[in-house]
Design a protein around this ligand. Sequence first.
Ligand code: ADP
Ligand code: MG
Length: 703
Amino acid sequence: MVAKPLSESFSRTQVTPAGPSKPLSAPQKALRKMGLLRDIDLALHIPLRYEDETHIVKLRDTRDGDAVQIEARVTHSEVQLRPRRQLCVTVDDGTDTCVLRFFSFYPAQQKALAVGQVIRARGEVRGGFSGFTMMHPAFKPAAGELPAELTPVYPTSAGLPQAYIRRVIAGAMARADLRETLPAKLAWPESPRGKKIHSLREALLFLHHPTPDVSLAALEDRTHPAWQRLKAEELLAQQLSQRMAKQERDTLRAPALIRRHGAWHDKLQQTLPFQLTAAQARVGQEIANDLSRAVPMHRLLQGDVGAGKTVVAALAAMLAIDAGWQCALMAPTEILAQQHFVKLVGWLAPLGVRVAWLTGSQKKKERTEMLSLIESGEAALIVGTHAVIQAQVKFKNLALAVIDEQHRFGVAQRLALREKMEDVGMEPHLLMMTATPIPRTLAMSYYADLEVSVIDELPPGRTPVVTKVISDSRREDVVARIGAQLAEGRQVYWVCPLIEESEALDLTNATATHEALSAVLPGSLVGLLHSRMSVLEKRDVMAKFTQGVMGVLVSTTVIEVGVDVPNASLMVIEHAERFGLSQLHQLRGRVGRGAAASACVLLYGTPEGGRLSETARERLRAMVDTNDGFEIARRDLEIRGPGEFLGARQSGAALLRFADLATDENLLEWARQVAPWMLENEPGLAERHIARWLGGKSEFLKA
Ligand code: ADP
Ligand code: MG
């Protein structure tokens, strides 16, 4: 059974400790640290596994490797010093004898195992030719009746003994308010096996103390009805809380941005050097509809790399500006923000729209100037990095915030953006953009409160990027290929995974590659870009590459997101086996942006005489097989599991402790159907349900 980390899960729950004046004992502190504060938190702390102490097995009836409990009298006890110090205790249960061996032991344990004591010992019996042995069995004096139920073993931490946590959980189960929060008439999702569970109380009682006849497999793979019940309730809490967040947002006000025909929005569309694709036009309309309402938009714009999200954002910005408001556009890196800035100025300056620029690395004078343009409202569009949401930045009237590559931003940053208009009692509309498609179950759970628009079509005239996987030993061929591209006036990216020589990792460093390529490609400018360079240096290199002065750009993964140089037609990724799948796809998306046929070469290095790992092979194979971001995301989910997709919502990821989106889609479907009905018909129960399951954490879901 997989233990999910609990430490974070309830850390935000606000519950008064038992006695604030009394100092906490070590186990109390440990409980607190694990977030086990309220009785309900303890009641929902489910065993990791169980031990069967319900019956005794006679030694005669055991076989080598059986995990059993025996009851026997100690007939001999000695500390042996060879081959290493150990306590050897011989016990006899009337049918046979067994030697218990302990390599570490306390005097008290030695005493409890003195000759004449009758004990119960649990462990794996080994039946060598010299008789039975057990290594480090758990044991206790044979007293009292055997328990009727399996003994729970709880997830615990240092300073928190099992016996203690068992006791507090038993106490909490007796006290906790476990009244049903689910309406009686609710239809339950089909349980795959086992008998029906009628209440949360019943499910919890069972999971803490299952009867020995239960299928341990059903408990361990969490398909038992008691588990299903818990998971369904948890998913329902998540759905309820997201819907409530959405309802709450719907009571907030935002400026209604009504489209005026013939204004900047239309002018921009007319002056663009291309026609919008049908998909761009459709999502543009979806966004425009949202913006025309006096309720804050909360929309995710998905589109594969190169699908053309930027222009959609620019058109949305125009709607805000046409209505006399400001728009902010944030990107996760300075390079990307800079590119957006240059591109947007190129489109908008001719129309007379003033664009401001904000980053952390800005000179004080420029920054002060920008801040005043923003505060006065002279700048209608503000482009930048995280600097845009800093407290000192005062907008005149921010109506729309666009967040590019939203998975790079945290919840706190989105909240900060939304607070920018608090003093006038409004919230800006929020448009989040991502090139990483969200798998269906994630979209249904963590992103349930988002509206989603998808650009499912690439601009016309692009030839798909051809991907080749090539061994590092054929580097020279690749260099020759670069030469051919340069001769045709094309440009090339070369991506390396690390900046500095690290013998341990044996990665070719970018500097060395840069030097080597410069030497073999005389007559063309080879540039170098890595994260240790100053912002000015980076900007200079990027400018040369964008303008086409520089033929080859050797870079670490700083170019990963968003860079747009349509003339680049070859992407070489060195040690591609070390990159994640979605990262590879992002990188490949830097080429194939113009009409020229483009290629992506995945160079792989194998460890001395070794082979690529199976997952590395799968990743490279997926890259060759498809250019489709959705397919890549699906395969990535298969290879990595869902956790990594959550990105900025990682804070929320800890919320699901029991349910697993990979296996519990049916429960998720059920919760999605039940949640709106329950909010409508049983709002009181819904509120209690959320409080029980999420405590103080539901705030996280609102961002
Ligand atoms: P992404 O969705 O990855 O952010 P970009 O917005 O950077 O993609 O667009 C990729 C390239 O395609 C840019 O050079 C952009 O100007 C161009 N582009 C966008 N829309 C169209 C279109 N409808 N027709 C032709 N080119 C387009
Ligand atoms: Mg982009």
